[in-house]
Design a binder for this molecule. Structure first.
Ligand code: PMP
Length: 443
């Protein structure tokens, strides 16, 4: 086998974007079948920096251009069909263009999408969230999870009169400045490590943000004792404990907080609660949310032209209505089974992998060793990029960093096909094992 490699700029979705060397035959198998995607990519490089507009869509040699989505399938501009296990980064819990959501959203497009006014649909989504999420007494909408993080932090700072922000290394709370790894006033703690919590969370801490599992950090589940210790310490010093359920809300009927035994002061939400459209929300204690109320003096101003836009909030209500406890249970069980099958397929092809999982969200990592830290979850760039490309060749649309998640519209046959796609992708990679091992990344 020819182990020639193509040096391409890659590391999609990862902060550390150094070049990866992918096996040339694999790159060829992908690229020759996608001339239209290549054309669009080259054209897009002029008007869009690097031909993208969010930092998770680029991958080497060029990304496939998706034309449309239907249920569990994506279709690209070159006529390929893919099983969608990205679901727009976990937001499409019912797959693409879910009919009950679309039926509600389409008429709303012709009766006005956003008004500078209160709308009954906003109230309906706020009430649905209150009914599901135990700690949520009041809700304020934003246009994204990132904006929800920013708002939650502003509320915490206003409530405490402090500035400090504590978050975990490897955590992701959105692309807004205060949460940037190098932002001032940020103190990092190691996720799932009790040591160091007391010295990090102090009387100068305004907010402590935690994810129930590190999502972008590699789908690493949080230990309930750790998360409870963080919450307790935040309470002890009078800081606001913010649970980021932007991604995890789909994993439990009321998010993951009840099963983890958590009672956050604020909860940030997003993704599934917009029925496929942009949304974010901060929910939580009325005494904190009331700080944004126009009915209180010196309130915290929080504006947003499209906050609570009507098709998004109406779609969110339908998405939640179709996500009852039984459906979530089924998704989580299916995901556990798929994770086992992916690991078994890796072993069978001599390309061992491990799958980390929280509910119906998973991440495939190279090597047989269990992955517990964000650092370990970012190893193996060549393997991740090559697996991603091999999966596309086999008709499976997973995330470049190895993340995959389920939607309720994937049938048992679809799940079968996803598992078979992984098995075939590993077979592709086993041809290049020497190359991957030479990088020191496959082990
Ligand atoms: N928090 C978490 C846990 C997320 O996963 C994300 C998005 N991946 C965000 C916040 C930011 O949400 P958005 O992309 O809607 O701004």
């Amino acid at each position: 086998m020819d182990h020639a490699s193509t040096a391409v700029r890659g590391a999609p979705g990862l902060a550390d974007a150094h070049p990866v060397a992918l096996p040339e035959p694999l790159v060829d198998a992908y690229a020759t079948m996608r001339p239209r995607s290549r054309e669009i990519f080259e054209r897009a490089c002029v008007a869009l920096p690097g031909a993208e507009t969010r930092s998770v869509t680029h991958f080497a040699p060029f990304p496939t251009s998706i034309e449309r989505g239907a249920g569990s399938r994506l279709h690209d501009v070159d006529g390929h069909e893919y099983l969608d296990v990205v679901n727009n980064y976990t937001s499409l819990i019912h797959g693409n263009a879910f009919a009950p959501i679309v039926e509600v959203q389409i008429p709303l497009l012709s009766s006005g999408t956003a008004f500078s006014a209160l709308h009954l649909r906003q109230l309906e989504l706020a009430e649905a969230l209150r009914a599901r999420v135990a700690s949520v007494e009041q809700v304020r909408f934003t246009n994204s999870g990132s904006e929800a993080s920013a708002l939650a932090l502003r509320i915490a700072r206003k409530a405490t009169g402090r500035r400090g922000l504590v978050m975990a290394t490897g955590a992701y709370h959105g692309g807004v400045d205060p949460f940037h790894p190098d932002a001032p006033e940020v103190i990092r703690v190691d996720y799932n490590q009790l040591d160091g919590l007391d010295s990090a969370i102090t009387e100068s801490t305004a907010a402590v943000f935690m994810e129930p599992f590190l999502g972008a950090g590699g789908v690493l589940p949080g230990e309930p004792e750790f998360l409870r210790a963080v919450q307790d310490r935040a309470r002890e010093v009078g800081a606001v404990f913010v649970l980021d359920e932007v991604q995890s809300l789909r994993n439990g009927f009321g998010g993951m907080q009840s099963e983890l035994g958590l009672d956050p002061d604020l909860t940030t939400m997003g993704k599934i609660i917009g029925g496929g459209l942009p949304i974010g929300a901060v929910g939580g204690r009325a005494r904190l949310l009331e700080l944004t109320s126009p009915l209180v003096p010196e309130r915290l101003e929080h504006s947003g032209t499209f906050n609570g836009n009507i098709p998004a909030v109406a779609g969110g209500v339908v998405a939640l209505r179709h996500l009852d406890g039984a459906r979530i249970e089924q998704l989580n069980t299916d995901a556990a089974l798929l994770a086992e099958r992916i690991e078994a397929a890796g072993r069978a092809s001599g390309m061992p992998v491990t799958v980390t999982r929280s509910g119906s969200i998973m991440n495939v990592h190279p090597g047989a060793a269990r992955v517990h830290t964000p650092k370990a979850a970012h190893r193996g760039l060549t393997f991740r990029a090559a697996l991603h490309l091999a999966l596309l060749v086999e008709g499976v649309y997973a995330a470049p960093r190895g993340m995959l998640n389920l939607s309720t519209v994937l049938t048992p046959e679809d799940l079968e096909a996803v598992a078979a796609g992984y098995a075939r992708a590993f077979e592709h990679l086993s041809d290049y094992q020497a190359l991957l091992e030479r990088d020191g990344e496959a082990a």
